[in-house]
Each structure stands twice: as C-alpha cells, then as structure tokens.
Design a binder for this molecule. Structure first.
Ligand SMILES: [Zn+2]
Length: 265
C-alpha cells in the first residue's frame, strides 16, 4: 500500500529511542510521504531538521492554538517562520497547526491570542501561497467565522483531525479546504464523522496520523504510539464506507496529499 501521512509529530520524545528505525519500518510498509507539523518555534525547528535530513519528509511551521498565549513575541516567531520559508522553499510546505481550541481552557484572553496567531499564519500562507494546517476543537463555528473574516483562502489548506458532522464538513469543503482524517475514523463512536466522510468527495480527503497520538482502533490494545503505516486501517475504512475499490482510494489519497501541499510526484 502507498501511504501519505499529512500530519505527524515525529520529533516527539516518544520516538527518541528509535526514530530512524521507525522511519525505515514505515518506508518498508509503503509510507512514501510524511509532513511534520510544528507546534511552536522549537518544535517547528525540529520538524524542519527532519525535512532537511530525509527526502520523503516535508515540514509545516506553526504555533499550536493551545500554545498561542504562551508565545512571548508572536511577531518575532512569525518572522522566524518567514525566514525559514524563504531559505527552504522546497522543505517548508505550509503553516500551522493553527486555529482555535478552547477545550482545555476557555478564556477570552486565550481566544484573542488564538485569533491573532491564526491571522498571522494565514498572512504567511497568503504571502508564500502555501496551505494552512488548521487545528480546531470545540470551536468549528468560531473558526469558520475567523476564516471568512480573513477572506479568500486561495492558498488552500486542511482541516486537520476532522471529527465533525456533515454540516461542518460541507462548510469546510465550501471554503476549498481538505478534510484530514486519521485514527478517529476507526473508533466505534465516530459514526457522524464516518457519515461525513462518506458524503465528502474522495478528492477532498487526506490521511494523517497526528502521531504519536490517535492509534487506529485495531491496534489500540497493543500500543499507545501511533505510526504512519497504521494508516492502512484508515484507508481501508475510507474505501469501505465509500464503497470504492481499495486501490482507487489509496491512489486518490496519495494524489490528494501531494495536491494539498503542492508537491510534485
Ligand atoms: Zn498535530
């Protein structure tokens, strides 16, 4: 199977002991593309380093919404991302993960910081014509409002970790964004999300792990650490719920990942 993982955090300590072995094993299982996503300046640097060291890895630079109010100087951090994108135009393929997340804490100050950060990332996307990687949790409506206030999203993007219903999916698709789906799609309680994915055009879906998190259902008993090739199960579920041939779905998801990040195959 050919697999593209559009959202990974391989720089996490969970992989410190065997990162290269994990990469090798994943290549053998068909993983041909990984996009490492930064959560702040430090982890964005690590994501870029992984992209520099491996031909099949690219990176996205950003500040996670849950960290938005911890950034000392937003302008300086965004300027750092800008500099890296100028210097490594082929390795930096987008900006994020950014968005609104009021799940753990819900304060007006945090929301304000997240909105400001999101706007800054969107400006970078526009400047470089590179897609945005959106992270939203319990804030779908507010996020859509912010996107609309920004204006046209001609640079494209992905609604990462999509676990909403069809009504939200439709609004995301209307704005030209991809739906990023991973382990959650395999969980018993994700009925509404499976329905949304069934209705969404195959051409607007990309696969992602969010590793080390969100291990697909069949492996949850055996490990807590996700790997890109575990997406086999997610791809099978997509094929099943859409009633399409596995080969066709696999090829489409591979093509979509490249289209999203404007990568040539
Ligand atoms: Zn993530």
């Amino acid at each position: 199977m050919r697999i593209a993982d559009t959202h990974a955090h391989l720089y996490f300590p969970a992989f410190d002991k065997d990162r290269e072995a994990v990469l090798e094993r994943n290549r053998e299982r068909g993983v041909g593309l990984q996009v490492q996503i930064g959560c702040n300046q430090e982890s964005s640097e690590k994501a870029l380093k992984l992209a520099q060291d491996h031909a099949d890895i690219f990176c996205v630079l950003g500040i996670h919404p849950c960290d938005a109010d911890k950034v000392e100087n937003l302008e300086a951090t965004l300027a750092y991302f800008e500099k890296q994108a100028e210097q490594y135009p082929d390795l930096v393929v987008g900006f994020g993960e950014t968005g609104l997340d009021l799940y753990h804490r819900d304060t007006p100050e945090l929301l304000e910081a997240q909105k400001k950060s999101l706007r800054g990332h969107l400006e970078l996307c526009k400047q470089f014509d590179k897609p945005v990687v959106l992270h939203t949790r319990n804030s779908a409506e507010k996020t859509l409002e912010e996107l609309d206030e920004f204006g046209k999203l001609d640079f494209g993007g992905v609604w990462h970790c999509f676990c909403e219903n069809w009504s939200v999916a439709k609004q995301v698709l209307d704005r030209g964004l991809y739906l990023g789906v991973g382990g959650i799609l395999t969980y018993p309680k994700a009925e509404e999300t499976r329905n949304a994915i069934k209705l969404a055009p195959l051409s607007r879906i990309v696969t992602e792990t969010d590793l080390p998190f969100l291990v697909p259902q069949s492996r949850r008993k055996e490990t807590k650490r996700n790997e890109s090739y575990f997406l086999e199960e997610v791809i099978e579920v997509i094929a099943e719920i859409k009633g399409e041939k596995l080969e066709k779905v696999e090829q489409a998801l591979w093509d979509n990942a490249h289209a999203l990040f404007k990568l040539t195959q």
